[in-house]
Design a protein around this ligand. Structure first.
Ligand SMILES: O=c1ccn([C@@H]2O[C@H](COP(=O)(O)OP(=O)(O)O[C@H]3O[C@H](CO)[C@H](O)[C@H](O)[C@H]3O)[C@@H](O)[C@H]2O)c(=O)[nH]1
Length: 625
């Protein structure tokens, strides 16, 4: 009888050690198709309650190639998560059970205001810290997390390719690279006699962003950086989960594939660790690792002083922050002390901070103090970590970061999900595992100087309540002009007041369109040194300074002036420059004849008239109009 033959064969397989697969008969039939490595992975999956993954598997001989590629994916998922899929599934079970039980991750913790530094742009302390920061920069490495697609912005390309501002049209990655190179050069100048530093840059990409990032860099010669200075690390997505038992979800379009979704920017720590790059940096004498995000065109104005804070305060972790209005939708940096004595300084997301305060003896929750701001500064997710303690910590954790899960339940019984979920992690949660002796602090700077991300599409930005930041391409660009104008003003120039205008439904301040290359004005001292007596700039003006040794002396500008000079040319610009200049023309993002990069700003620049000065030979020059 056929069945008894099958039973006998099964008996032989059990005797040969295949009994482990008896719970998944369709897998068991296919064992002969699989390699020993694939069989080990299959055993692990069954052991972790994943037999459903094989329920639909047909007889051997059918779809064998796809069965193998299923295991290729399992192997990738297994190797890219600290502790492998076993840890992933077990962590998921635990976090899903906590979520179902409504457990508060901050149970037992009392919040208080941590200690940190509050800087005032341009004062003596700020200038001293910038100098220290520039000196330290030669021992720094930068890490840009750029694996996110930016769904909220809705832009189809990678965000790194967007212009920071459209006066020069330089994109974010170009601006970042030029800023790092300017720091590298300034730092090497300070350390005369020692060998010239090369500041490494790591960019974390994902499947969504990797190829366009490589293309952008390669087609622009890495924007002047040596290609060997740049390392791309691609984060993998993680498996989706179908239910509270952490059963892995199959891709609805391909039953031989596990559905995956992004794990979040917290992956950067595990990737840095597993790539071995931290060890290379240690032996190269690197001391600081600076993490930053894809679209903050102001960030590098805050870097020198914040690095100076890390160095002078000996911070192992320094989070950059801006003053935050109570209940504003950015996380607050908070000290949490547990009843068992543990304590940590950490970002608490805004939707959790208010209830946590209310539950711990602050009946009004998150409210402004007499400064007009919440006492808990707003996290802008720029971290400066000291490499040695960071490496020691990661040697223990392998870069695993405290995770969370956010399932959308179907009903109040919380037994099933509306769609599959996954574990997520955030880069700023790194300090959660540190011991209380770790020196964790923060540096607060004015928002106008340090923070202007581009995250929201025009439609959503226009709905932001008045007074709250738009975080759009429009506000991101206007913030650059505002910051540069305010810096020139502080350096002594007379800057015209801004006008207000509305672009794509957002009311913004329009300042003179001032831009400079990072080589010109890396620190406030640089700007002060290069802007001499009695300069003035009218509101309609545009100024582009592209060259290290350009000096403005009693310049009166009412129109557009562009100065391009090689480093060996020392150029003094003086007198009165007047022309029709460049004007902002209103456009609508809904107009499909306009490129998306431009449309999302709500304006484009009409170049009517300008004075352009080009210095391509070494020497001393004076331009007087
Ligand atoms: O899987 C991911 C997800 C995001 N990113 C990158 O991480 C950065 C931040 O992503 P978002 O802009 O989507 O970040 P959020 O607005 O969600 O929030 C983060 O940035 C805010 C400030 O900008 C707050 O500090 C907040 O606490 C922090 O989580 C971006 O450079 C993005 O490219 C990745 O590399 N991989």
């Amino acid at each position: 009888m056929a069945s008894s033959v099958a039973e006998k064969l099964a008996g032989v397989r059990v005797a040969n050690g295949e009994g482990w697969a008896s719970v998944a008969p369709n897998l068991r039939k296919n064992l002969g198709v699989l390699s020993s490595e694939e069989i080990e992975l299959a055993k692990m999956l069954l052991h972790e309650g994943q037999k459903h993954l094989f329920d639909h598997w047909p007889e051997p001989g059918v779809d064998d190639g796809r069965k193998k590629s299923f295991f290729d994916q399992v192997a990738r998922l297994n190797s890219s998560y600290p502790g492998g899929l076993v840890s992933y599934i077990q962590n998921a079970k635990r976090l899903l059970a906590d979520s179902k039980a409504g457990k508060n991750p901050y149970d037992g913790f009392t919040p208080s205001v941590p200690s940190g530094e509050v800087l005032k742009f341009g004062d003596d302390d700020f200038i001293m810290l910038e100098e220290v920061g520039v000196r330290e920069a030669r021992k720094a490495a930068f890490v840009l997390v750029a694996g996110g697609l930016g769904e909220r912005l809705g832009y189809k390309g990678i965000k790194l390719s967007l212009p920071v501002e459209t006066t020069t049209g330089k994109c974010f990655i170009q601006h970042y690279i030029e800023s790092i190179l300017a720091l590298q050069e300034a730092s090497s100048r300070q350390a005369q006699g020692q060998c010239k530093a090369e500041i490494p840059l790591v960019i974390m990409t994902s499947d969504d962003t990797h190829s366009p990032t490589v293309d952008l860099l390669e087609s622009n010669n890495y924007f002047g950086m040596k290609s060997t200075q740049v390392t791309l690390l691609k984060q993998e997505k993680v498996a989706c989960l179908d239910d509270n038992d952490a059963r892995l979800a199959l891709d609805p379009n391909d039953k031989y594939k596990i559905q995956t979704k992004p794990h979040g920017h917290g992956d950067v720590h595990a990737l840095l660790y597993s790539s071995g790059i931290l060890e290379i940096w240690r032996s190269a004498g690197i001391k600081w690792v600076l993490f930053f995000q894809d679209t903050n065109g102001l960030l590098f104005k805050a870097i020198p002083a914040s690095l100076g804070v890390s160095a002078t305060k000996g911070y192992h972790v320094n989070s950059l922050a801006v003053p935050r209005k109570a209940k504003e939708a950015i996380g607050g940096i908070t000290k949490l002390t547990h009843t068992d004595g543990r304590s940590m300084v950490i970002n608490v997301e805004y939707n959790q901070l208010d209830p946590l305060l209310r539950a711990t003896g602050h009946p009004d929750g998150d409210v402004n103090c007499d400064t007009g701001f919440s006492p808990f500064p707003g996290n802008i997710n720029q971290l400066i970590l000291e490499l040695e303690p960071y490496f020691e910590e990661l040697s223990k954790t392998r870069g695993a970061i405290s995770e969370f899960v956010n399932p959308k339940y179907k009903g109040s019984t919380k037994t099933s999900f509306k769609s599959s979920t996954r574990l997520e992690c955030m880069m700023q949660d790194y300090p959660k595992t540190l011991s209380p002796s770790a020196r964790v602090g923060f540096t607060v700077m004015d928002t106008w100087l340090a923070y202007a991300p581009v995250k929201n599409n025009p439609e959503d930005a226009a709905k932001v309540p008045k007074g709250n930041p738009y975080h759009s391409a429009t506000s991101g660009e206007m913030a650059i002009y505002r910051a540069n104008s305010l810096i020139l003003k502080k350096a002594g120039a007379q800057m015209a007041d801004p006008i207000t205008d509305v672009f794509n439904g957002q009311e913004v301040e329009v300042w003179p369109r001032i831009t400079w290359s990072p080589r010109w004005g890396l620190t406030f001292s640089d700007v002060k040194r290069k802007v001499e007596a009695e300069c003035s700039v009218s509101q309609i003006s545009t100024l582009v300074i592209n060259g290290q040794n350009v000096f403005l002396d009693s310049l009166s500008l009412d129109g557009t002036l562009i100065v391009n000079a090689i480093d060996e040319a020392e150029v003094k610009v003086t007198g009165s420059v007047q022309n029709k200049g460049w004007v902002l023309e209103h456009i609508d993002y809904k107009d499909t004849s306009i490129p998306e990069k431009t449309g999302i700003r709500g304006f484009r620049i009409q170049k009517i008239e300008q004075l352009e000065l080009n210095y391509t030979e070494p020497g001393n020059f004076c331009f007087k109009s």
